[in-house]
Design a protein around this ligand. Structure first.
Ligand code: ZN
Length: 334
């Protein structure tokens, strides 16, 4: 594993996030995208260390129980946002995640500056707050003992936006799936393309799609899980192109948020539009899976694939073993 286990994330990041919050920034769209279960914790006030306030039903939740409930409100079932390392922790088998390209450094191709702050400073600030150098991490993992390539977008890193490095790492995750014949599972939660990288960011849409095409040609499945919120260039590129598209309950998924659509079109949207359940009923999603059932569902999909691929192509696991075995033992085409 590139970093020293998932423990690297905890501790420092909470303090850094608290320091950022003290700057008194208003709740504009960017802040909403940054909102996480940790921000909800701060909303709990003086007892914030032990209590979490649900942003939907306003109920106070006991933090240890809330974490055991996988950050799903026990009263109203609202799914809080989950940081990428926590997502991997609750999805992959313990100790099975082997991160790839953990140290790929961020890029500032346009030397972008907004007001007095440079993009480079923003990247450094986000890295300090999240403990991750960029907004995406991926690697090999097992889910209920089934191997796969698992990637997660970090929503707390500049709104999970896709710049050159996120696009590159998503592409490498797809290439890893092609090379190993292991199914790809991506959790996407993003504000869209990263505007500080301009056209370079938009190019990532085409790049990831080209590789997904190769993944399809190699008959390796891609399961896309979209969590709240999933917008813009991420939804408009790889996130919506899973062989199985899954949404978490209540997640806002689309090219833009409902308020932006209403302001642009001057039309009132039906209740629940752009949320998972609405998309499911209109054929845009295959499944809406509550978080406590997500791991079981992914494991089931992986087993279905493993049974089929072993019959048709040899399993990904056999492929991995074959790489360290003499050529005559390569188990392809059972
Ligand atoms: Zn609630």
């Amino acid at each position: 594993m590139g970093r020293k286990g998932l423990g690297w994330y905890h501790g420092e990041s909470r303090a850094a996030s608290a320091a950022l919050s003290q700057k008194g920034v208003g709740r504009n769209m960017r802040d909403i995208l940054r909102r996480s279960h940790r921000e909800d914790e701060r909303d709990a006030g003086a007892g914030g260390d032990l209590w979490v306030r649900c942003s939907k039903c306003k109920e106070l939740l006991y933090r240890p129980e809330h974490e055991q409930n996988l950050w799903v409100c026990s009263k109203c079932k609202h799914h809080f946002r989950v940081a990428a390392p926590d997502r991997i922790h609750i999805t992959a088998d313990p100790g099975s995640f082997e991160e790839r390209d953990a140290d790929l450094p961020p890029m500032d191709p346009l030397h972008f500056r907004s007001g007095v702050r440079t993009y480079r400073e923003k990247l450094e600030q986000s890295a300090a707050a999240t403990g991750s150098p960029e907004a995406f991490l991926y690697g090999l993992a097992r889910i209920d003992d089934s191997p796969c390539v698992l990637g997660v977008i970090e929503i707390e890193f500049i709104g999970g936006s896709m710049g050159a490095i996120v696009g590159e790492k998503v592409t490498r995750a797809i290439e890893t799936s092609i090379a190993t014949n292991l199914p790809l599972i991506l959790f996407s939660s993003s504000g869209g393309a990263r505007m500080q990288e301009g056209v370079v960011s938009l190019m990532q849409m085409a790049k990831t799609l080209a590789r997904l095409d190769d993944l399809g040609a190699a008959s390796v499945p891609f399961v896309s899980v979209m969590t709240d919120p999933c917008y813009g260039g991420v939804t408009a590129s790889f996130a919506m192109l899973g062989d199985v598209n899954i949404g978490e309950p209540g997640a806002f998924i689309g090219f833009a948020g409902p308020r932006v659509i209403e302001q642009t079109t001057r039309e009132r949207l039906p209740p629940g539009a752009a949320q998972s359940e609405f998309l499911l009923s209109h054929g845009m999603l295959d499944l809406v899976v509550p978080r406590p059932e997500m791991r079981t569902m992914l494991a089931r999909l992986l087993r279905i694939y493993a049974a089929r691929s072993t019959a048709a192509y040899g399993s990904g696991e056999a492929f991995l073993e074959s790489r360290s075995a003499p050529p005559e033992k390569v188990a392809v085409g059972a």
